[in-house]
Design a protein around this ligand. Structure first.
Ligand SMILES: *[C@@H]1O[C@H](CO)[C@@H](O)[C@H](O)[C@H]1NC(C)=O
Ligand SMILES: *[C@@H]1O[C@H](CO)[C@@H](O)[C@H](O)[C@H]1NC(C)=O
Ligand SMILES: *[C@@H]1O[C@H](CO)[C@@H](O)[C@H](O)[C@H]1NC(C)=O
Length: 157
């Protein structure tokens, strides 16, 4: 994995987009529309991190950075954290927090999902793996989207 791909991923994790709404029919208050755009890579699969989640968890492990951990992270020691956001109750809580904070919308980045050992039946995904993804082959890159769609709080949005 290239450093560039890694930094790009870190940069993209919680990115808020701003666009100005001229008039809102609902409340007539001019304010930015603020959304959540996610590129999810805070997950374990069968107890293992995928490549990007592994680097995130490693980057956040030193005690110095623990104050920036998401609420669902577990601090095992001053140099060791566990991060797994792929749980329904965590997504439910994230939706409640987002609603309370006033976020207007959610969007999810995702890409090809692969089997273990980078297997895929799709020619497109094989090409993507070979040429674009720098041999990154996540097994569940859309876990956030799936958890969102199956949340009991989806009606909040
Ligand atoms: C971090 O802590 C977890 C949970 O106690 C443990 O399974 C894992 O081996 C530890 N990792 C390191 C690098 O010490
Ligand atoms: C994945 O590759 C490893 C090492 O080549 C092999 O031992 C394992 O059986 C493979 N797993 C699957 C599900 O193909
Ligand atoms: C992907 O790379 C493998 C190994 O380098 C090669 O065998 C395969 O033909 C490539 N597939 C595509 C679609 O580029």
């Amino acid at each position: 994995m290239s450093e560039m791909l890694l930094s790009f991923n870190i940069f993209c994790i919680f990115l808020c987009t701003w666009s100005f709404v001229v008039t809102s029919k609902v409340n007539n208050i001019n304010r930015p529309t603020v959304g959540i755009i996610r590129w999810d890579a805070w997950n374990l699969i069968n107890g293992q991190y995928d490549a990007i989640s592994y680097y995130f968890h490693r980057a956040m492990s030193p005690e110095h950075f623990h104050y920036r951990l998401p609420f669902f992270a577990k601090v095992n020691s001053d140099t060791n954290v566990t991060i797994n956001g792929d749980m329904q109750e965590i997504m439910d809580q994230e939706i409640v927090y987002a609603r309370y904070a006033g976020f207007d919308y959610w969007a999810f980045d995702t890409y090809c999902a692969f089997g273990s050992n980078c297997t895929t039946n799709s020619v497109y995904c094989t090409q993507y793996y070979n040429q674009t993804a720098n041999r990154y082959c996540p097994q569940n890159p859309a876990y956030g989207l799936y958890r969102y769609l199956s949340s009991k709080y989806i009606s909040f949005y």
